[in-house]
Design a protein around this ligand. Structure first.
Ligand SMILES: NC(=O)c1ccc[n+]([C@@H]2O[C@H](COP(=O)([O-])OP(=O)(O)OC[C@H]3O[C@@H](n4cnc5c(N)ncnc54)[C@H](OP(=O)(O)O)[C@@H]3O)[C@@H](O)[C@H]2O)c1
Length: 290
């Protein structure tokens, strides 16, 4: 697939800046990685398959000769893989100025290797652990940013059930569990920002829009006409808010949730500080095997 560059020219970033993007072989992540490379970042792509990421690495090489993107293996459904990914990145002896927690699944069912509901495990727990392991590097490289791709779907859950996130996917469509995982993305980003107040690391979460990507492949086929009827953005349009948070959002807006390139109010649960703290503490305990 050939990349259609985004029209607004992104201000070039200072030289030597490094970005790590998860899940950038397709969809929103692919455009995000390419545009970050065009803006001047040295891009590292973390994903499940070098073979499937190679076309993006080739595209970046073609568009930005002299600054090749690098691949590191990452399967967010396995905490051992998350640990290896972080170790491999740290072993590269690069700084880290931008972490984009982009990878995600919808409608995939079951449990992750470590016993989390599949979407909660991949979308939240894997990224929670990756961010924790890379935090010392992000802090040492400041000013730096953590951008976490959440979703407006976070509004579709009435709460966080601590037992359900440790059990296989139960709902027929998986929409309920997806909503929980995206609420967790949002709460994680807000709590991370609170914990990093006074540092040079800023954190943003966002809804990219409803975007025509492969994420919908696991949803029942009857849901797709509904999505198309609502109008889908292209991946280029869908990457705009991620890129805005990565490149332009001010430090003073750290912790906020964005949509259409501006801060918007999340659901009431998305603003619940106690819930964000509880999720953080449980996630911390879970990844350390407690
Ligand atoms: N599309 C939308 O309308 C929409 C709306 C709201 C939010 N979002 C969010 O946007 C983000 C990007 O999604 P997208 O729409 O661009 O979907 P996509 O085209 O399906 O891309 C998802 C990416 O995540 C990767 N991924 C999946 N499981 C993984 C795992 N276990 N470990 C590592 N990487 C994994 C995929 O890699 P593989 O090729 O290996 O599967 C792929 O690179 C997600 O967080 C999603 O929740 C999307």
């Amino acid at each position: 697939m050939t990349h259609t560059p985004l029209p607004p020219s992104l201000a070039p970033v200072p030289s030597g800046r490094v970005a790590l993007v998860t899940g950038a072989n397709v969809g929103i992540g692919r455009v995000t990685a390419i545009e970050l490379a065009r803006a001047g970042y040295q891009v590292v792509i973390a994903g499940r398959s070098l073979e499937r990421t190679q076309p993006v690495l080739d595209e970046i090489k073609r568009l930005v000769p002299g600054k090749p993107a690098v691949f590191v293996p990452l399967n967010l459904a396995s905490l051992a893989s998350v640990r290896e990914c972080a170790q491999q990145f740290i072993g590269m002896n690069l700084p880290l100025h931008l972490l984009v927690n982009n990878a995600g699944i919808a409608g995939m069912r079951g449990l992750t290797t470590d016993g989390f509901e599949m979407m909660f495990g991949v979308n939240h727990i894997g990224h929670f652990m990756l961010t924790q392991l890379l935090l010392p590097l992000l802090q040492a490289s400041g000013p730096s940013r953590v951008v976490t791709v959440s979703s407006r779907a976070h509004k579709r859950t009435p709460g966080l059930d601590w037992d359900a996130v440790r059990q296989p996917t139960r709902s027929i469509t998986g929409v309920r569990e997806y909503a929980v995982s995206k609420l967790a993305n949002l709460l994680f980003s807000a709590e991370l920002a609170r914990r990093l107040q006074g540092t040079q690391v800023s954190c943003y979460s966002l809804h990219p829009g409803v975007v025509d990507t492969e994420i919908w492949r696991a949803l029942p086929s009857w849901t797709r006409p509904l999505l198309r009827w609502r109008g889908l953005l292209t991946p280029e349009e869908g990457a705009r808010t991620s890129l805005h948070c990565a490149l332009h959002a001010p430090h003073s807006e750290s912790g906020l949730y964005y949509s259409a390139c501006k801060p918007v109010r999340p659901s009431a649960l998305g603003q619940d500080l106690d819930l964000a703290r509880a999720l953080w503490e449980r996630s911390e305990a879970w990844i350390s095997g407690r």
